[in-house]
Design a protein around this ligand. Structure first.
Ligand SMILES: Nc1ncnc2c1ncn2[C@@H]1O[C@H](COP(=O)(O)OP(=O)(O)OP(=O)(O)O)[C@@H](O)[C@H]1O
Ligand SMILES: [Mg+2]
Length: 280
């Protein structure tokens, strides 16, 4: 495996702010990972993502220390449009991302800007819409879609750019639990099948802990915990950490006294297995 993203001692303070939004963040993400970032509101998730695509420091003034390398490029020095060809980001509020008269035109716009041929644009739109299961929305206006549909359109328009890295900032914030879970499972499958590195922020850990290959907890701009989701959840349980929504099954197992780090159950099957072992 090779490294997709390398962040070294990154700190950032927005112009005029007294507090640093990121403090000495060091992090490396391998190709193909499905890395989930979590932490309380305002901890710095969106700020970190903006650093990875170069919006910070290029569009947001402030004090920037440290170094970021994404796919061999330094996002602080690379034109944002060039970064966008390698790294696709879906922002926290998809409303700001959709503006054309039809959904299809919205997606086509970015591809036309890349100078792609009509046939290639058609191929990519068809594929991205199929991946997101929204072929029937192509001719609709983005303004008449539900929150969940808009979210899928926003993701499809980024997938159509065929990024090597996909960054999704709270992609499920406007969705109910069941819809969110389905979308996240699909993203997990897409990541595996298309070999896309995915970075995603989410505070409802129950929804993502099975998909994640990596869990990173941020607190006040610092990395609090980073590693295998099972181990990180174990740390959080040990610390009785209350700033993120811990998944139910591990919490339940913990309350029942089933506390071995390697046995923290993430799925129903694992939960039952842990119970049965205790009963032996
Ligand atoms: N444009 C900005 N100018 C000044 N301060 C900002 C700006 N954007 C964010 N901040 C501050 O930086 C800190 C980190 O914010 P950020 O948006 O990265 O948090 P977050 O983890 O994404 O939160 P949420 O879960 O609510 O989306 C917060 O204290 C926030 O108030
Ligand atoms: Mg945010």
């Amino acid at each position: 495996m090779s490294t997709a993203i390398e962040v070294s001692n990154l700190s950032f303070r927005y112009a005029g702010a007294t507090q640093w939004a990121l403090r000495n963040v060091t992090l490396s993400i391998e190709e193909g990972e499905f890395a989930v970032f979590t932490g309380a509101t305002g901890c710095g998730k969106s700020t970190l993502f903006k650093c990875l695509i170069g919006l910070i420091p290029q569009m947001y003034p402030g004090e920037y220390l440290g170094r970021v390398v994404v796919k061999g490029l330094d996002p602080a020095q690379t034109p944002v449009s060039r970064m966008a060809q390698r790294v696709g980001m879906v922002f926290q509020n998809p409303d700001n991302q959709l503006f054309a008269l039809t959904v299809e035109n919205d997606v086509a716009f970015a591809l036309e800007n890349l100078g792609l041929e009509r046939a290639e644009i058609e191929r990519r739109i068809t594929k991205a819409f199929r991946m997101m299961g929204i072929e029937d929305l192509r001719k609709r206006s983005p303004f008449e879609l539900s929150g969940g549909q808009k979210q899928r359109v926003a993701i499809a328009s980024i997938l159509a750019l065929e990024p090597e890295i996909l960054i999704l900032d709270e992609p499920t914030s406007s969705l109910d639990g069941a819809t969110a879970k389905k979308l996240l499972e699909e993203l997990g499958e897409i990541s595996k099948r298309e070999e896309i590195t995915v970075l995603l922020s989410e505070h409802r850990l129950d929804l993502v802990v099975r998909e994640a290959t990596r869990l990173i907890v941020i607190e006040e701009g610092k990395i609090l915990s980073d590693g295998d989701p099972r181990e990180v959840v174990h740390h959080l349980l040990e610390d009785d950490y209350e700033k993120v929504e811990l998944p139910k099954l591990p919490r339940l197992a913990w309350m029942m006294g089933l506390r071995r780090a390697d046995k923290i159950p993430l799925t129903k099957e694992e939960f039952v297995e842990t119970l049965l072992e205790v009963g032996k």
